[in-house]
Structures are given as structure tokens and as C-alpha cells.
Design a protein around this ligand. Structure first.
Ligand code: FES
Length: 102
């Protein structure tokens, strides 16, 4: 299984820094891969419990396949996750969006 740190490096970013000297948060959406979040931020569960991290830059799964959510474990490559494909919007959601737009 690919190492997420390797993917961060492949994306051209400085990989897995420590929290010391952190900067404001920024997010980079990797094509067909995770969201790379770096800087000063906190990840919490829906119950508000902080998710431990010890790196300044983390890769967050957006394919849904990671076994170590919220972090990316490289499964998106096995799934051939494709961020260019658009899924059809379910009818109830489409209708609600149209009603909200007026
Ligand atoms: S984005 Fe990498 S495992 Fe989901």
C-alpha cells in the first residue's frame, strides 16, 4: 500500500513537517487523491473530540476508502478514484437545491 508521505512528496509539497513553526491552514485538493491540509488547524470528530496528529501537513481521505480515516492510506489508487468524474445529483437533493435557489 502506498505511503501517504510519499504521496505528499509526489504532490510537490514539503512532507510531514512537525507542528513547530506552524502557519495558517491551507488545503490542496490532489487530483484523484486526498486533500492535503497544512498549517495551523485542528481535526475533531463529530462529537468534538480532537483527532491526534503530529504532523503539520496531513493527507485527508476524500475517496471514502481509507482504513485510517480521516487520513488517507493510499487506497484511492487501488480504487482508481477519479475526481474528474461527476456523479449525478440525486433527485431529492437537486430539487432541494433548486428550491433553495428560488
Ligand atoms: S483519498 Fe487516499 S485513501 Fe481516500
Amino acid at each position: 500500500m502506498p505511503d501517504p508521505a510519499t504521496e505528499v512528496e509526489a504532490a510537490g509539497l514539503q512532507a510531514w513537517e512537525t507542528r513547530e513553526g506552524s502557519a495558517p491552514a491551507s488545503i490542496v485538493a490532489c487530483p484523484n487523491g486526498p486533500l492535503l491540509v497544512r498549517g495551523d488547524f485542528e481535526i475533531v470528530t463529530p462529537d468534538g473530540v480532537p483527532v491526534p496528529r503530529d504532523r503539520e501537513t496531513v493527507a485527508l481521505c476524500r475517496c471514502g476508502g481509507s482504513a485510517i480515516k480521516p487520513y488517507c492510506d493510499g487506497t484511492h489508487k487501488l480504487m482508481k478514484f477519479d475526481t474528474t468524474r461527476r456523479r449525478p445529483v440525486p433527485e431529492p437533493a437537486r430539487r432541494a437545491a433548486e428550491e433553495a435557489a428560488g
